[in-house]
Design a protein around this ligand. Structure first.
Ligand code: MTE
Length: 476
């Protein structure tokens, strides 16, 4: 079996942050456990399953419920008692009929014209609360372990805010385009919405995703290791169209500055090549206007590039002939290299993948068949292949890719696995259309050291113990 790196590597401060993060995750998972499992019934079968309610699952009862992927299965077994007393976020709590064919259902359009989700579906974003964060500057993570297909529901899209979420009236919002342009302009939202639009599906990943894992295993579940990742359809006007409309200086204009209208005034430089390639000034996500937390009414979409450049609440674009060197790109979002130098403007999110189920904190019920599934992505184009290992990287098998496989977009993969009840280490390794192969963590550390935060695209390892408990390890 491969070497497993346990704890060690981080300095005291980072250890303290990590410990606080893990503790916070335990607290939130415990709260979720109470919500979901029907606290009044200690024997509720919904407490077992492939998706346990705590990260330290009990291993007592096995094989009761095969791959119970949602609370739906639990509800089927315990119709009334399993109902949570408070509705999960986004749901309305209703009585469950003993036989729904014998009672009238909920009247049509009682939801007021905007839908809700089932009260039995409980996954949610988790806010990270470590000493480095504040209520206004923090992030939430997408529950990738519960993900289906390639699209992230808007209500589960991860968030990263540096100054809270501004409430912006679209009737008063404006976008200024200036700098090295012939015709500086101020666009109202009405002006913006008149441009011809495009709709494209892309992933967005924060550069800090998986950032806690540089030195050693830090957090237990995929929601925390990889949850600053989402994938949506974005609709808006190509940035190239706006720059053309303002007559940008094609000879000398080399960079574009984007600025947000929030308290942090997030400002980032993107190259003119990227701006003219596939960047979008977007107003819609997943078929509806952007949500406030994702930049309503306007955000920049820069496919393949780290999330920080996707400036939300976009209010200003400036064309220049050199990088703008703002605070958000000189001090923050830079890579600390082993020699102590900071590497700037490493924006592309390189090819990466992760198995989302089974993954850390889950529990295999019994030996036998499992559909092992996960997501892969590349900031440089399409995913070409995903290989999966069940023995810590000694042997690899090629996974099935679900269609569509799109450029700079999440691609779901699946592979059959028969668990023999023994220990196993599960890994996925993605290869993109440029031929780039996702590296092992020790290969990445050899070049980048252990003190970085950003751009950790290493192969993730999940250990399956003979008890069926799945945990986060580093194997290479
Ligand atoms: N834009 C503004 N104006 N303010 C911000 O705090 N955060 C950035 C980026 N754009 C941010 C912003 C970061 S670091 C990331 S990862 C993405 O937004 C997150 O986008 P999301 O919240 O829609 O997931």
């Amino acid at each position: 079996m491969a070497d497993i790196d346990s704890r060690g590597g981080y300095d005291e401060t980072t250890r303290a942050y990590t410990a606080a993060l893990v503790e916070a995750e335990h607290r939130m998972l415990a709260a979720r456990s109470a919500d979901e499992a029907g606290a009044d019934d200690p024997d509720c079968p919904c407490k077992d399953g492939m998706f346990p309610r705590t990260v330290s699952p009990t291993t007592g009862r096995r094989g009761v419920l095969f791959a119970a992927g949602s609370a739906l299965a639990a509800a089927a077994l315990t119709p009334r008692r399993a109902v949570a007393q408070t509705a999960p976020a986004g749901a309305v709590l209703r009585d469950v009929a003993a036989d729904p064919t014998k009672e009238p259902g909920v009247p049509v359009a009682e939801d007021g014209g905007y839908g809700t989700r089932s009260q039995f579906e409980t996954e949610r974003r988790l806010r990270v609360t470590i000493p480095a964060t504040t209520p206004l500057s923090s992030w939430t993570t997408t529950p990738l372990d519960k993900g289906r297909g390639m699209i992230t529901p808007s209500g589960l899209h991860f968030e990263r805010h540096h100054g809270g979420i501004p409430t912006i009236d679209p009737a008063k919002h404006a976008l200024f385009v200036h700098g090295m342009v012939e015709r500086p302009k101020k666009y109202s939202m009405a002006d913006i919405l008149r441009f011809p639009s495009v709709s494209r599906m892309h992933f967005i990943e924060c550069g800090a995703n998986t950032g806690m894992e540089w030195g050693n295993v830090a957090v237990p579940t995929v929601q925390y290791t990889h949850g600053m990742l989402s994938c949506c359809e974005f609709t808006g006007v190509p940035l190239a169209t706006l720059l053309d409309d303002c007559g940008f200086d094609r000879a000398k204009g080399r960079f574009v500055l984007a600025e947000g209208a929030d308290g942090s005034s997030m400002t980032r430089t993107i190259s003119i090549e990227r701006a003219l390639d596939d960047a979008i000034v977007a107003w819609a996500m997943n078929g509806e206007m952007l949500r406030p937390e994702n930049g309503y009414p306007l955000r920049l979409v820069v496919p393949g590039v780290q999330g920080v450049s996707w400036v939300k609440w976009l209010r200003r674009l400036k064309v220049g002939d050199q990088p703008f060197g703002t605070k958000d790109e000189t001090v923050h979002y830079v890579d600390l290299m082993p020699d102590g130098m900071l590497r700037q403007y490493t924006s592309i999110q390189e090819c990466k993948s992760v198995i989302t189920s089974p993954s850390g904190g889950q529990q295999l019920l019994d030996r036998g068949y499992y559909n092992v599934t996960g997501v892969a992505w590349s900031g440089r184009g399409r995913v070409k292949r995903v290989d999966v290992s069940f023995d810590g990287g000694r042997n690899w098998r090629t996974a099935r890719l679900e269609n569509p496989v799109l450029t700079k977009c999440l691609t779901r993969f699946n592979i059959d696995w028969t668990w023999d009840g023994g220990p196993a280490i599960l890994q996925s390794r993605a290869i993109d259309e440029t031929g780039y192969v996702q590296p092992k963590i020790n290969q990445l550390r050899a070049v980048r050291g252990t003190r970085s935060i950003y751009h950790n695209n290493a192969i993730q390892s999940w250990k399956v113990a003979d008890t069926g408990e799945v945990s986060n390890v580093q194997a290479y």
